[in-house]
Ligand binder design. Structure first.
Ligand SMILES: CC(C)(COP(=O)(O)OP(=O)(O)OC[C@H]1O[C@@H](n2cnc3c(N)ncnc32)[C@H](O)[C@@H]1OP(=O)(O)O)[C@@H](O)C(=O)NCCC(=O)NCCS
Length: 144
């Protein structure tokens, strides 16, 4: 498996993976394309035998960045793909003089929360009923 930069030609494949991973919550293809075109976008994909099996997307401003999405194909989960993606993202962000990374996650997403805490992210705050007015969002931060 290789980790490489997200290319404009990846949008359709990432959209297909996002559809699998987020069902009702996925972004539209055009939003994905617009985001990937931003000057302050940093994205990476994990590729196995030419197929995109995971991706992480982020934007940054000055010395801070935010993860937009991280997702891994169900067949490739629990094999360290997301860990490698986020660690590689941190390396890329360091090269841009970013030193703090934020993210937001559903309180019920225990797998993702476990991933973030294992990587050293610490809980920053909770946004009550942020998702559809019924589920809390938890904000995490990692300084490096
Ligand atoms: C969350 C997600 C990105 C994790 O990807 P992954 O490649 O399976 O994660 P890793 O293999 O790097 O896991 C690293 C650690 O995270 C934790 N973890 C990951 N998935 C977990 C799960 N389902 N349950 C509990 N802990 C989990 C574990 O601590 C794991 O370490 P371990 O394998 O030694 O136990 C993946 O499950 C996914 O794509 N989910 C759907 C999309 C999503 O919810 N994205 C996050 C919100 S934006």
């Amino acid at each position: 498996m290789i980790i490489r930069n997200y290319l404009p030609t990846d949008n359709a494949k990432v959209y297909a993976l996002e559809t699998v991973c987020f069902s009702n919550e996925k972004r539209s293809l055009s939003v994905l394309e617009k985001t990937a075109n931003l000057n302050n976008f940093v994205g990476l994909v994990a590729e196995e035998s030419g197929e995109i099996v995971g991706y992480v997307t982020s934007t940054y401003c000055l010395d801070e960045a935010e993860i937009i999405t991280v997702a891994v194909s169900p067949n490739f989960r629990k094999t360290g793909v997301a860990t490698k993606l986020i660690e590689s993202l941190i390396s890329s962000l360091k090269n841009l003089n970013v030193n703090t990374l934020f993210l937001e996650v559903r309180e019920s997403n225990l797998g993702a929360i476990s991933l973030y805490e294992k990587l050293g992210f610490t809980k920053l705050s909770v946004r009550k009923n942020y998702y559809n007015g019924i589920e809390n969002a938890v904000n995490y931060r990692l300084s490096f």
